[in-house]
Write a protein that binds this ligand. Sequence first.
Ligand code: AHR
Length: 661
Amino acid sequence: MNIFLLILAVFVSDWATGANEMTVRADKPGAEIRPTMYGLFFEDINYAADGGLYAEMVKNRSFEFPQRLMGWNTFGKVSIRDDGPFERNPHYVRLEYPGHKEKRTGLENEGYFGVAFREGENYRFSVWARVPSGQSSKIKVELIDPNSIEEVQAVATQTIDIASAKWTKYTITLSPTRTEAKGRLRIFLDSPEEVDLEHVSLFPVDTWMGHENGLRKDLARKLADLKPGVLRFPGGCIVEGTDLKTRYQWKNSIGPVENRPLNENRWQHSFTYRFFPDYYQSYGLGYYEFFQFAEEIDAEPLPILNVGLACQFQNDDSTAHVPVDSLYPYIQDALDLIEFANGDASTRWGKIRAEMGHPEPFDMKYIGIGNEQWGPEYVERLKPFVKALRHAHPEIQIVGSAGPSPDWMKKEFDYLWQEMRELKVDLVDEHYYSPESWLLSQATRYDKYDRKGPKVFAGEYACHAEGKKWNHFNASLVEAAFMTGLERNADVVYMATYAPLLAHVEGWQWRPDLIWFDNLRSFASASYYVQQLYSLYRGTHVLPLTMGGKAVTGAEGQNGLYASAVYDANEERYIVKVVNTSNEAQDLNITFDGLKRREVLTEGRVVTLLSDNLDADNSLENPRRIVPIEKALDVSGERRIDVELPAKSFAVYILGKGSME
Ligand code: AHR
């Protein structure tokens, strides 16, 4: 058959079957896809840090909450004192003899929505203590099940002898004999001699990488399994604070944990319908831990710093912000942070990092100045930061903000982009929490972006579906469709991070979120799997993919299909991602054009994400309801694949490149 007849035959057969004919130009690898392309946005919202990823189980461990005993129940003779050993956390408790040998003095911590422990696991309890008289005394430490129907509430008990008037750290291991999600930590004074206690802490021994001041292993594992290329931290709005006093200050988050001062979490009071008066930041998960975690999961650290503005949503009065001529300490914070991350151990801040256990630099390459800022008040503050950073650290890439939305704050967004171009920042942080229709229409968003200006960091995004602002499969499908546009435009989009990342099922303020958890369990949402499929099958170069001569963006005549293609030079494979947003299954023929004479496809597989219920998602009880399903594809020796894509599904086709025998 001559070539004309072959083309005609293919055309006629596709027309007859109604198949969607897509073409991938295998010979035209385009933009490089950056290793940073898909990453993590971490913010302490929804109890993501304290009560979440940070594995500390004691709430208000240093008695520094404004109500000094919040989170604690006391019995007998307990008093608060304020001349403790840690300058920035001066409060501690004194336990005294209750006045009768049959009475008890002590206290009980309720944890974050309970103190949860598992039978067979070990928990490290530690406390700073002293006996003011210099005599010896004792405390008894217990993990208890307060609702137990057994005779004994305690499921683990240990006694600590305290024999010094000098503040000393005592550590024991507790091994519970039962599993309990809503337990308590109880401490008794076990001797007539009074005892002082400070920084009462309880961690699972088995944390991520075994760090003592560590992260919850199941959550850290889920983050690592996303194979993120970048870790943005510590927010989000908590960078800004409700007021400047409560902004995130990185210098408070390093050094010994006992002396990191408490900060109010702005998500405590952001929504009165989800109000959490006990939400504070211990800073136990601080900048050192963020850098360390980024290194361990092979992600580029991307800290975001305050630009001298408190949250602009919450402050319309300019006096709430730092005057431009008083920005010096804020700019110095940014310079010092670079020294903390990258300076050698002879520098002031590099020395602190080295003393904390990391003599080697963290090799930080990016810094964000300002979170979700807008208006001239942002630009006039950003300018001196850029000047100082460029002067002292031309090697560091600067991320600027494009405000809260290119949709409902478009005027501010356009103004900011113009200013960011003029300021020559390296990346611009775009945020969009938007409904289905907007996100689908934006699959072409970056096709016409200026290729010469700053690059895009899609720093916060998620589908906030119309009337369904919570996790469900269809929202994830829309995200997958939108992301084909990020991938196709990898020459302009360098980073993308879904937000928010983590949420406690009892303590959330914002939904949807990528990963949900209670104190013992966690699950990944369908959106998580969309992110993971993009990240695992990121590839190295964009390949042109068309249908009817056009990019596949759900345009008219494209049957609700969205698609993108990449080549993975490391694995020598082609990867095609296709999202079917229609209610019908779609036949697809994907032809690989431009293969060399003997080149063909070798082994293939398809990974598909779909759900029988568009409103459903995974849950603690059913964590694997919606997960990617992998199947082999028989493509060996072919240059085209013919497949059927189920209605409302996301599929990733992974096809090896080889030669004919
Ligand atoms: O991700 C939740 C919040 O959304 C972030 O803190 C903020 O930057 C945005 O408004």
